[in-house]
Design a protein around this ligand. Structure first.
Ligand code: ZN
Length: 159
């Protein structure tokens, strides 16, 4: 497959998940949840997680934002379902490297399945926060925090 074909395929996965987000609903029986905000782009979402023993049994999300942020959340809810907490955290670390372009191991990239569609954001620094928002919210929920912002580490704006 050429790079252009691959890009078109990734684009199609993202558009599809944006149009028909999977697991797009609130989850009253969730074990934990967290809100995520990306003020740069206006993305806002909530992730719900139901943990069973050591396993992430179910995930869902709701929110508004750009196609990348929604598609990433939708892909996350499918990819993480059924994983152990340790596997989910390892995937969080891997995706962080994928978004920033640091993950170059072809075996790792191949093993990502549909998540690989998000790897294109590494070429667009403004989009990295859109793609990683759902993942940070998911990690925050697992860690017992109730919200996360992509601006959390940034200095306060001068008013
Ligand atoms: Zn966005």
């Amino acid at each position: 497959m050429t790079d252009a074909t691959l890009d078109a395929l990734y684009q199609e996965v993202i558009l599809d998940h944006n149009r028909r987000p999977r697991n797009f609903h609130a989850m009253p029986a969730a074990s934990c949840s967290a809100d995520g905000k990306n003020p740069n782009c206006g993305d806002q979402l909530t992730i719900w997680v139901r943990v069973e023993g050591d396993r992430v049994a179910e995930l869902s999300f709701q929110g508004v934002g750009c196609a990348i942020s929604k598609a990433s959340a939708s892909l996350l809810t499918e990819a993480v379902k059924g994983k152990t907490r340790a596997e989910a955290e390892a995937l969080f670390e891997t995706m962080h490297r994928v978004f920033t372009g640091a993950e170059t191991d072809p075996t790792v990239l191949k093993g990502l399945g549909p998540l690989r569609a998000l790897s294109g954001v590494s070429k667009f620094p403004m989009r990295v926060k859109c793609a990683s928002l759902a993942w940070h919210a998911f990690k925050a929920a697992l860690d017992g925090a109730d919200s996360v912002s992509t601006e959390a580490a940034a200095p306060a704006p001068v008013s």
